[in-house]
Design a protein around this ligand. Structure first.
Ligand code: PMP
Length: 374
């Protein structure tokens, strides 16, 4: 009854945990949700919507928005023209389009381990296999030794680890990708959530010759419900990617594009980011402080300089799925780390904790519950 690939679709643990986390009274560190109080609420009455936005639009996206996205990328050091920009219904769509562009049943992908679970799911659906580093960073040696067809990586405030590669590491990795002639897909939705100074320029901006795709999102800065993201691609890739976009859904939602164009053009996006950074920084600092008070002897972690997550490794091996179930019974939702690994990890003692969604009070209470349980 189904295509063969459907056998590769696994039930999503994340969806199950997120459903359980919705129950009243549950403190949720499980998802990657922005805080409700930081969600952008546009003044819809201010928006002058041209009647044309209710018509079908261009698969590439609205041209003013593509210009604004290209300008922003150029300011980051990623040289590109507006015709290299494709507007997406959320950056999750970029993963699907790149998988359709590059993944066959024989394709090998080099990625970080752990990495973004929902990217692994999409690549897996198209039949990819994975190669990854032993450490949770990719190194030039991993690239030199790799047989992979392309690399997928999240160099800035990674999901789930929160790690961010320095400019020097980005340059060295880019050099290795060029030497090995390995195309690069850089996923960058967390860049603007930088609490300790701006993030280094995108890794793909250091590439000299290999094809690349870079993508970003408005979910973490404005609101995930807008479902708006974008990709920027090497000129050779943008035409097939645009055709794939057209085949998938014709074009992105024009109302969301009009809202985001407005807030980018009038500077509201940057103001909104400036307003939400201190809120997230305070939550990150508090989670770090309470973890340090309660769990320093039982777990390792580093304080993330941006993004939405802490990544904990418990010092004693422990089944974190069991821990998750026990935590839920205590009204706390946490995310076991092992689904984020492309291959089954040897240890199952990792956890991802989100700090953006809960209030300061609930962060403290949640870490206290977790510490008692551990
Ligand atoms: N990439 C990464 C690394 C993510 O963490 C997410 C969201 N959790 C996405 C892509 C997709 O985000 P969106 O579709 O909301 O832009």
């Amino acid at each position: 009854m189904f295509a063969k690939r459907i056998d590769r679709l696994k039930p999503s643990l994340v969806r199950e945990i997120l459903a359980a986390a919705q129950a009243p009274g549950v403190i949720s560190f499980a998802g990657g949700l922005p805080a409700a109080e930081t969600l952008f609420q546009p003044e819809l009455s201010e928006l002058k919507l041209p009647a044309s936005i209710w018509q079908y639009g261009a698969s590439e996206g609205e041209s003013v928005l593509r210009d604004l996205v290209a300008q922003r990328a150029n300011r980051l050091g990623l040289a590109c023209r507006p015709d290299q920009v494709l507007i997406l219904n959320g950056s999750q769509q970029g993963i699907d389009l790149v998988a359709k562009l590059w993944v066959e049943e024989t394709t090998k992908i080099l990625c970080e381990s752990p990495t973004y679970l929902a990217a692994l799911q999409v690549f897996d659906l198209f039949g990819a296999s994975f190669e990854s580093s032993q450490a949770d960073w990719l190194s030039p040696t991993d690239i030199e030794a790799s047989q992979a067809d392309f690399a997928y990586l999240i160099p800035t405030f990674q999901n789930p680890t929160g790690r961010c590669y320095s400019t020097e590491q980005r340059q060295l990795l880019a050099q290795a990708f060029d030497l090995r002639r390995m195309p690069v897909f850089e996923d960058d939705p967390y860049r603007d959530l930088a609490f300790d100074g701006p993030a280094p320029a995108p890794l793909v901006s250091h590439l000299q010759s290999v094809p690349w795709v870079y993508q970003g999102s408005f979910s973490k800065t404005l609101a995930p419900g807008l479902r708006l993201g974008y990709l920027i691609a090497h000129p050779d890739l943008i035409v097939p990617l645009t055709r794939l976009k057209q085949a998938a859904d014709l074009h992105s939602n024009r109302l969301s594009q009009a809202i985001v164009t407005h807030v980018l053009a009038n500077g509201t996006l940057d103001k909104h980011i400036a307003d939400l950074l201190p809120i997230y920084r305070e939550k990150r600092d508090l989670m770090h402080q309470v973890l340090t008070e309660q769990l320093a002897e039982k777990a390792y972690w580093h304080k993330p300089a941006g993004g939405l997550f802490f990544w904990l490794e418990l010092k004693r091996d422990c089944d974190t799925h069991y821990l998750m179930q026990k935590a839920l019974a205590l009204g706390l939702a946490i995310m076991p780390g092992d689904p984020f690994y492309p291959a089954k990890p040897q240890q199952t003692c990792t956890l991802r904790l989100n700090f953006s969604h809960s209030s300061l009070e609930l962060i403290e209470e949640g870490v206290n519950r977790l510490a008692r349980l551990i």
